[in-house]
Write a protein that binds this ligand. Sequence first.
Ligand SMILES: [Zn+2]
Length: 230
Amino acid sequence: MSNVELNPEQILGLQDSHIIDMGQQRLDAHTAHAFTSLQEAAARDGFALEIVSSYRSFERQAWIWNQKATGQRPVLDIHSVPIDIKQLTPEQLVEEILNWSALPGTSRHHWGTDFDIYDAKTMTPETLQLIPQEYESGGPCASLFNWLSQHAHNYHFFWPYASERGGIHVEPWHLSYAPRSNQALHDFPEALLYQTLEQKDIKLKEVILPLLPQILKKYVYNINHPPFTS
Ligand SMILES: [Zn+2]
């Protein structure tokens, strides 16, 4: 396993040479190693810690983005009700899509350091909705979440979306491996992202490009930082 830091193309999801396969899921090799230790510790305490979503490429995120921008996938409002996007200005549409989907190049899932978890003893990927109630008191993943709250930091994992910060909503299922993701965030290649969005087929990019500094501030840099130094 190389100790090389994530390069700009890897940070934007354009290159996956740092990613390894672990059965159904794909992660950064360092993250995969640490996750396996966390998973074994969870198993000793009676939990089936599993990943439902891990690495995602720029191309995959661009596909999701374009489907929403062209109305081929529903754009949902804050109460999960589909919006009639024909009533929106392009700026409003960008804002609504960003409530639920990352702009291609800005998802932490591109890094392979971040992933979404659940308890396979109480849920299946098919029944899991990834809503906060599932992880709160009384929910099927609440015991696992409590266990992680006490143990994840020992393995250098943290929750970048632990509280509402006016950007991405609270995601108790989303864990990040700090030693690798801190570097990716620190070295985030803003200029390369701009050039990439300019060159690729990304719907609404004429609206996105002038707003890029604000989008990065609100959705990329605006996280809960880990409560420990790695
Ligand atoms: Zn996630």
